[in-house]
Design a protein around this ligand. Structure first.
Ligand SMILES: [Zn+2]
Length: 170
């Protein structure tokens, strides 16, 4: 069962209020904006303002990895019935130091590519797959359709664009 008016408590994003046609252009715009911020503030993007809050670089790496992860997830959902979970383990990636060797200038390029690749794949998926469902664990365990999963990818971009903007431009 998909809730009607579920919204992110932080940024107000409403997954079910997004039409599939909006996803690709909004995602490209958002990833390009975050990429530009990191490219413009390369030194600042490396710094954690607070020990418990990720740096802009860490947010950017997370966004890039989310898009690659969900892009593959959408293919699984389209092809397989009840596909095995493909968890991102976002916080462990940061805590294990997997982003130690990421550099702002390269990341800025990778973020643009991730947005473009996701948008292109989503646009090419058959519309008949939009209603196929998958057990998704975030923000709570629930059966979601592919359209929702793509909207969640857009949510990650726009939500963390806000985080990056707050870190680098305030
Ligand atoms: Zn949000």
């Amino acid at each position: 069962m998909i809730d009607k008016f579920e919204a992110c408590e932080v940024c107000g994003f409403q997954w079910d209020g997004i039409s599939p046609e909006e996803i690709a252009p909004r995602m490209i715009m958002s990833m390009n904006a975050s990429s530009e911020l990191i490219a413009r503030h390369q030194q600042a993007s490396l710094i954690r303002n607070h020990p418990d809050q990720w740096s802009a670089l860490e947010y950017g790496c997370h966004m890039r990895d989310v898009l690659y992860n969900i892009r593959d997830k959408m293919v699984l959902i389209t092809v397989e019935d009840n596909p095995a979970s493909l968890m991102l383990y976002g916080t462990p990636r940061v805590e294990m130091g997997l982003y130690t060797h990421d550099r702002p200038q390269v990341l800025a390029l990778e973020m643009r590519l991730a947005g473009e690749l996701f948008a292109r794949t989503f646009a090419a998926l058959p519309k008949s797959a939009y209603e196929r469902v998958f057990l998704y664990r975030y923000p709570r365990e629930s059966l979601r359709n592919l359209k929702w999963v793509a909207a969640q990818a857009l949510h990650e971009c726009e939500h963390h664009e806000g985080d990056i903007r707050n870190l680098l431009e305030t």
